[in-house]
Design a protein around this ligand. Structure first.
Ligand code: NAD
Length: 386
């Protein structure tokens, strides 16, 4: 049987998680053969398990020990290491965000275009969660009619100061390229565009370091417009406790509400537009019936996406989250911050170069003196299901 030998670059919180399920045999037809981290203390355990360890990513990439790599480093290295992986002829699964900003994402996608035989996946594991799969099927099946409004209050991403001091790169323009948008709720931005497509205009209102000693955004409200006239509001924060997660999608034929682990679908007996045109009474509205759409949570979403990546390499299975799709969530995150700083709407597709220039200015002008302390990350997995 053919197998894919996989290496992981970056053995922090999520790199360790990927290694855990791979070593436990949760992904068929693949073997973890190499890991790499610039933090030597993260490597000893793996050497003891027969995995080859590297301190330098370039050595892993040229080692001939792997056919594929998962890149799980801080954001800026996703582009440089991703391009190096393609140059070394390796399949790539890159952690989210695919790059720290849109111009870098374009570079990574361009590098992949030179060798499209290599599989390029992005770790957007919410795409295998049945609740979002069901919402997508309802939208695509026409059950909601034409989408008119979307509201996602997505503020259950609370983080304490301890989180921000746990790594030097976190919540800095230089190390991360942004805050809650490019990091925590990037998964939700990916889901938003996966379900509804990209908006054509974004107006963001971002508060920088409102609740934490950080320089990037930790509290956001954004207004979105789609080409069909649909409107949306996306709200996120790492400074709200307990926080909320309410996702409403309204169409002419019905309304979906996902909240508190329940998905409710209210179906209009008649499309609202048709009803409005034909009704003879001014204050009536379409009859509607609400039902619960049941779903189970994915048991191991990261492993499921890695399985799909392995199947894509060995059998040509279609990717659930192609790497190049990752540019959209990066663009949404960038556009919300850029719009806020410029105090005006940003039309999409936005200029990646213009945001990169602004980001470089923020990096140059940064006065932040970052404190770093050791922080126990044992509760890390609690952040997965949003
Ligand atoms: N998909 C998810 O559910 C999920 C969850 C958490 C984090 N992430 C993403 O994973 C990435 C890493 O996040 P984290 O929380 O694990 O960070 P972390 O700080 O805990 O770990 C990053 C690790 O990368 C190592 N590293 C840095 N540069 C390197 C290099 N050039 N070569 C090799 N190793 C290098 C560091 O030593 C560190 O151990 C980020 O992009 C983050 O957004 C994804």
């Amino acid at each position: 049987m053919k197998i894919v030998r996989i290496g992981i670059i970056g053995m922090g919180n999520i790199g360790k998680h990927h290694a855990g399920y791979l070593l436990d045999g949760k992904v068929d037809r693949c073997q973890l053969t190499a890991v790499c981290s610039t933090s030597p203390d993260k490597l000893a355990d793996y050497a003891a398990k027969g995995v080859t360890v590297f301190r330098d990513a370039k050595e892993l990439l040229s080692s001939k020990k792997v056919e594929a790599v998962i890149i799980a480093t801080p954001h800026y290295q996703h582009t440089t290491l991703g391009i190096a992986a393609f140059d070394a002829g390796l399949h790539l699964m890159v952690e989210k965000p695919i790059s720290a900003h849109k111009a870098d994402a374009e570079k990574l996608i361009k590098a992949h275009k030179k060798n499209t035989k290599l599989v390029f996946g992005g770790m957007f594991q919410l795409r295998v969660e049945p609740r979002y799969e069901k919402i997508r099927a309802l939208i695509r099946g026409g059950d909601l009619g034409e989408i008119v409004r979307v509201n996602w209050v997505n503020t259950d991403w609370f983080r304490s100061e301890a989180y921000y001091v746990s790594s030097a790169w976190r919540a800095t323009w230089k190390g991360e390229g942004g805050g809650v948008l490019i990091n925590q709720c990037l998964h939700n931005l990916d889901v938003l565009q996966w379900l509804l497509g990209m908006p054509v205009s974004v107006r963001g209102y971002c508060q920088l370091g409102r609740f934490h000693q950080i320089e990037v955004e930790d509290n956001v409200t954004a207004y979105l417009e789609w080409s069909n006239g649909a409107t949306g509001v996306f709200v996120s924060s790492t400074g709200e406790a307990p926080g909320a997660n309410r996702f409403e999608i309204v169409g002419t034929r019905g309304t979906l509400v996902l909240e508190n682990g329940k998905l409710m679908f209210t179906r209009n007996a008649v499309d609202m537009v048709e009803f409005s045109r034909t009704a003879k009474i001014g204050f009536s509205k379409p009859e509607a019936k609400t039902e619960e759409v049941s779903f189970a949570n994915a048991a191991a979403p990261h492993a499921a996406l890695t399985q799909n990546f392995v199947n894509a390499i060995l059998d040509g299975e279609l990717l659930i989250a192609p790497g190049h799709d990752g540019i959209h969530s990066v663009e949404l995150a960038n556009a919300m911050v850029f719009s806020s700083l410029e105090k005006k709407s940003v039309e999409l597709p936005m200029s990646g170069v213009a945001w990169e220039k602004k980001l470089n200015q923020l990096i140059t002008e940064s006065k932040l003196e970052k404190k770093v302390m050791f922080v126990e990350a044992s509760d890390f997995a609690s952040s997965f299901r949003k």
